[in-house]
Design a protein around this ligand. Structure first.
Ligand code: MEV
Length: 434
């Protein structure tokens, strides 16, 4: 666990300085950080053991979100993402949430669904009765397929029987509910499906169809709330109360309109996916589950909503998150292992809480920007730093030049050069690189 995730001025430091600070804040050794992240965290030889036909690896930036407090614990949160602003936005919004005590999170037990499809079932009512009668036997058979999981305290917990299609289709789908403990669970759940399928066919008189997990893991959801005081939301041009109105309005728009809800949820997944990828988890599974969950009522809806309570903005997010902290990619990817170390070796449930909190923070940052200055201004402010560097600024001049061109609303290399000259004249001896 990080002693603190408040590291003011972090963004102004060099990469090496940031590594030292993350090491101090989290206890991860600087040499381990260097070793795990150099060259993108994965050499070609190791990559060759992951997938087929490897000819190299492909790196994405690894940053950390700061200011994150979940259930009174501080977390420095690894985020792997190629999109500018995502890490800064999550950190800024986490700071706003922190002003209201941080994020409160709760999570369901790690229950996954193993689906076994049976077709040509001759008598649906008799099949239901036979399955109900044999539930204990089915669960025991499932447990025998995953002895390691059972030894870790997990295993099969129950079955559900669903009848799909019309009477002519005679299709029954059995869900075996399995507690995966700290694993994401895909392999375990697929093993269970394959282990019990033939017996289910015998019991029902049907034929075995598909045997696979469901990525709509709606028994494994995480819920996070935050309460942000109005003053923490104010911008240069708008007071906090007006910003609350704008954010509630943005929430209503997403609640009423699937076109907007898709973009609203994309902003949430900017944060969630970055944590999922950093920790070596399966982001396609998480995306599939999140969007299926968003559409569960038949109306595609936002995963997070915002309301006013007096002078406080209250945000809530709920989504399914199948994340693991053991097995899978984690065994072999040094950067994924480092991420868990930086997070303080969380359980899978804690990791889900942090990832959902980052999703809520990302959403807050996006809707606040959209309800105030618009999204481009913040993007341009970040872009200003690279423009300042392109104009020749170094050291603390990068920040000063960036600030000047943002204030002038002229984020061009020419404007940055002019700003550098002004600072050179003021400071006496600043070298301008032309
Ligand atoms: C961009 O990556 C994400 C946003 O479009 C999200 C949103 O509109 O809420 C800014």
């Amino acid at each position: 666990m990080a002693r603190t995730s408040r590291l003011p001025g972090f963004y102004k430091l060099t990469v090496d300085e940031r590594r030292s600070l993350v090491s101090e804040a989290t206890g991860a050794d600087t040499r381990d950080i260097e070793r795990a992240l150099e060259g993108g965290g994965l050499d070609a030889e190791t990559a060759d053991k992951f997938v087929e036909n490897v000819i190299g690896t492909y790196s994405i930036p690894f940053g950390v979100a700061l200011n994150v407090r979940v259930n009174d614990r501080d977390f420095v949160v690894p985020m792997v993402v190629e999109e500018p602003s995502v890490v800064a936005a999550a950190s800024n919004a986490a700071k706003m949430a922190r002003a209201g005590g941080g994020f409160r999170a709760e999570v369901d037990p790690p229950l996954m669904i193993s689906q076994i499809q049976l077709t040509h079932v001759p008598d649906i009512d008799r099949a239901r009765a036979a399955l109900a009668e044999a539930e204990a036997e089915i669960l025991a058979r499932a447990d025998r397929a995953v002895p390691g999981l059972v030894a870790r305290g997990g295993g099969a917990r129950g079955i559900e029987v669903r009848v799909l299609g019309d009477a002519t289709e005679r299709m029954v789908v059995v869900h075996v509910i399995v507690d995966c403990r700290d694993a994401m669970g895909a392999n375990l759940i697929n093993s269970v499906a394959e282990a019990v399928a033939d017996r289910l066919a015998e019991l029902t008189g049907g034929r075995v169809g598909l045997r696979i997990l469901s990525n709509l893991c709606d028994k494994r959801t995480v819920r996070v709330t935050c309460r942000v005081p109005a003053e923490a939301l104010a911008t240069d041009d708008m007071d906090g109360s007006a910003v609350i109105d704008g954010i509630v309005n943005a929430s209503r728009f997403a609640e009423l309109d699937p076109y907007r809800a898709a973009t609203h949820n994309k902003g949430i997944m900017n944060g969630v996916d970055a944590v999922v990828i950093a920790t070596g988890n399966d982001w396609r599974a998480v995306e599939a589950g999140a969007h299926a969950y968003a559409a569960r009522s038949g109306h595609y809806s936002p995963l997070a909503t915002w309301r006013r309570e007096g002078d406080t903005l209250v945000g809530r997010i709920q989504l399914p998150l199948a994340l693991g902290t053991v097995g899978g990619t984690l065994r072999v990817h040094p950067a994924a292992r480092l991420s868990l170390h930086i997070l303080g070796a969380p359980s899978a449930s804690e990791l889900a809480q942090v990832a959902a909190a980052i999703g809520l923070a990302s959403n807050l940052a996006a809707v606040r920007a959209l309800a105030t200055d618009g999204i481009q201004r913040g993007h341009m402010a970040l872009h200003a730093r690279s423009v300042a560097v392109a104009a020749g600024a170094t050291g603390d001049l990068v920040e000063r030049v960036a600030q000047m061109i943002v204030e002038a609303r002229d984020i061009t290399v020419e404007a940055a050069r002019r700003a550098l000259s002004v600072l050179a004249a003021a400071d006496g001896a600043v070298a301008v690189d032309d």
